[in-house]
Design a binder for this molecule. Structure first.
Ligand code: 5GP
Length: 356
């Protein structure tokens, strides 16, 4: 399915530290191994393993964070992730990451995010646009005369479910400050779904919403009907996963028309969904409910957005035109400014399914 590579695509659910190239992770782990900070052989096995449960995924993230959480590395992985998405024709990327504090290396949530911004500035393989048109500091990489790929990038700041209300609030305040630069558009709630209470995060999320930040929530990754109902009643602008929804939840989701970020490979590998043919993609798609195909963690789950589209096309019998329409419909679910949405429509209009 070569044409899937040429299809313009929109990625709305990608975690920075889940989207690191294996080669980069192994290289970084080797250096830490040589310094005696970790045992490289143990780490190598974990990184190369392809099949992991949801709880193993979170153990892996703890390991990844040990390897990646310094300013220089955060900058590097941000650059590589943006380049990797752009090279598979992702034209708009909403990248999410959890701002981290690590006093021992002088890292604050703000300096972590500045390292992410530095990563965006350092992209050179493709043209990036990550500040709004109205901002006089608009940054665009120089075009070298050859037709280069161009990607719009916006950021979501994630709240980890291990955080306290105060820490979540700090992230929201940082997002509000960084919104002025134009690149940060919203807040995500993620992290181990078996940890933390909805009531802990609600004050910070409500504050974010009251201040017009967009909100997306990891919702229904484990059975928890009380939390799912409370999350839906909050009316987030999007949700991710929705694997353990019951009839009442589907009813509410559909009546509120909340778009769903669908991560097929992630759901199958973590066994949140037992087999692709019973995935809720089919029901939502047939009901014409807004949904977006996403990767979640292309590094951790060894996938790509092309691969996710190919899987959807194969599993649910989508035609080229249907896949194109699905990819285009993601524009409405982005948290981008209207001006960017219009640019994205032009990009899709200039790439009709017949031309792929
Ligand atoms: P980071 O925010 O550090 O850039 O990306 C990794 C983090 O994203 C993980 O530590 C976790 O909090 C979150 N994350 C990544 N994948 C998933 C997922 O499938 N489910 C949930 N709930 N959180 C995830």
């Amino acid at each position: 399915m070569e044409w899937i590579n040429s299809l313009p695509k929109i990625e709305l659910h990608a975690h920075l530290n889940g989207s690191i190239r294996d080669s980069t992770l192994l290289e970084l782990a080797k250096v830490l191994g040589e310094k005696g900070v970790i045992v490289f052989a143990d780490v190598e096995d974990v990184i190369r393993k392809n099949d992991r449960s949801l709880s193993e995924v979170f153990k892996l993230f703890d390991l990844i964070h040990k390897i990646t959480t310094d300013h220089q590395t955060v900058t590097r992985i941000t650059r590589e992730v943006v380049e990797d998405f752009a090279l598979e024709n992702v034209v708009y990327l909403e990248l999410r990451t959890t701002p981290k504090r690590n006093d021992s290396i002088g890292m604050s949530k703000r300096s972590y995010m500045e390292a992410v911004l530095e990563g965006l500035r350092s992209v050179s393989e493709v043209d990036t646009d990550f500040v709004t048109e109205s901002n006089s500091q608009k940054i665009r990489n120089a075009c070298d005369g050859v037709r280069r790929k161009k990607i719009y990038v916006r950021l979501l700041l994630s709240i980890d479910r291990r955080e306290t209300t105060e820490s979540a609030m700090e992230t929201v305040k940082l997002a509000l400050e960084m919104r002025n630069v134009g690149v940060v558009v919203g807040i995500d709630l993620s992290g181990n779904p078996l940890v933390g209470e909805w009531s802990t995060f609600l004050p910070a999320l409500q504050f974010a919403k009251d201040n017009d930040l967009y909100i997306t929530l990891h919702c229904g990754e484990v059975p928890n009907s009380k939390e799912i109902q409370a999350m839906l009643d909050f009316k987030p602008h999007r949700i991710g996963h929705a694997c353990f929804f019951e009839d009442d939840d589907w009813e509410k989701l559909k009546s509120f028309r909340i778009p769903v970020e669908i991560c097929l490979t992630s759901n199958i590998i973590t066994k949140s969904i037992s087999s692709i043919d019973i995935h809720h993609f089919a029901d939502l798609y047939n009901a014409k409910h807004p949904l977006i195909i996403c990767t979640d963690d292309f590094g951790v789950f060894s996938t790509s957005l092309c691969n996710e589209y190919a899987l959807a096309v194969r599993s649910f019998g989508l035609s080229k035109r249907e896949a194109f329409t699905l990819a285009r419909s993601a524009i409405d679910a982005t948290f981008a400014e209207d001006e960017v949405k219009q640019q994205l429509m032009l990009i899709f209009d200039s790439a009709s399914p017949e031309s792929l």
